[in-house]
Design a protein. Structure first.
Length: 280
């Protein structure tokens, strides 16, 4: 069983204990239902705050240092983990002189809007949790009706899970800037899932066609020749056209998708995985 109660007074900083929870239940419902042996008690607020910038020189913010909000929906942990995964590989490339320092600016540009949206929908959900009056009941009933439909449920599910995130990397294939689907691929070495290819935390140029492309000028990039038989499905969007190749960043997001003869591929490789001191 899980229960949440609203305290009468804001500002208590001590760790909550069972007697306090019992007292709050009695105040709200007239009984504490004989509550005992709690597995976990925590105290939180509905504060919604976000740092103005995630980077100031050598100072980089992530997770709860960058954004806090009501824990409804469990979105905070997911958002914080994705912050660090987004930042980690970029920081590694800058430290190892593979990419210029300016690559770190893309961390704020990509992740700040994501957390801003999380705060926005957390505030909306918090409003629905407040003590009901007729207006709140009407709003709650309206939302319940919408979420009984397939399309709104898909959109809210993708939003709260973070599966619909799209970084603004310009126009092009629908995959661009989105999380790479975890496909069952067929390679010369046998079957493999896309997610497995990212275990080395290296960028992957996934070649799904017959053309060849030399990635030697970008030492960190691994080329994988594979086949995929099936539909390409994206959250909310649904089926999309299969590209001839996909450039996948170490964080699992697509930096480029198209045909290997597309000159934008070299542009994307230089932008995200510049050869650094090795030269070209």
């Amino acid at each position: 069983m899980r229960v949440m109660v609203t305290e009468r007074h804001l500002g208590t900083s001590s760790a909550p204990a069972l007697p306090e929870l019992s007292e709050a239940l009695v105040a709200a419902y007239g009984t504490d239902y004989g509550i005992h042996r709690p597995a976990w008690i925590s105290r939180f607020t509905d504060a919604a705050r976000q740092a103005v910038t995630y980077r100031d020189g050598r100072v980089l913010l992530a997770g709860d240092a960058a954004h806090v909000h009501h824990p409804v929906g469990g979105q905070g942990l997911n958002t914080g983990v994705q912050d660090v995964v987004n930042l980690g590989w970029k920081l590694g490339q800058v430290v190892n002189q593979i990419s210029p320092d300016s690559l770190l600016d893309s961390y704020h540009a990509e992740r700040h809007p994501v957390a801003a949206r999380v705060l926005h929908n957390a505030l909306a959900q918090t409003a629905l949790l407040r003590n009901f009056d007729d207006r709140t009941r009407a709003l709650r009933d309206t939302m319940s009706g919408l979420l009984s439909l397939t399309e709104p449920r898909k959109r809210f599910g993708a939003m709260m899970s973070g599966l619909d995130i799209r970084y603004d990397l310009g126009g092009g294939h629908p995959l661009l800037g989105r999380r790479m689907p975890d496909l069952d691929l067929v390679t010369a070495a046998g079957p493999v899932r896309t997610s497995t290819l990212l275990h080395e935390a290296r960028p992957v140029l996934l070649n799904l066609g017959e053309a060849a492309f030399d990635v030697a000028s970008w030492p960190t990039v691994r080329r994988v020749d594979a086949k995929y038989f099936g539909k390409w499905e994206l959250p909310v969007i649904g089926a999309v056209a299969a590209p001839g190749a996909v450039l996948i960043r170490p964080d699992g997001y697509v930096a480029w998708a198209g045909d290997l003869t597309d000159p934008d591929l070299v542009t994307a490789l230089d932008l995200w995985f510049g050869a650094g001191p090795v030269g070209r």
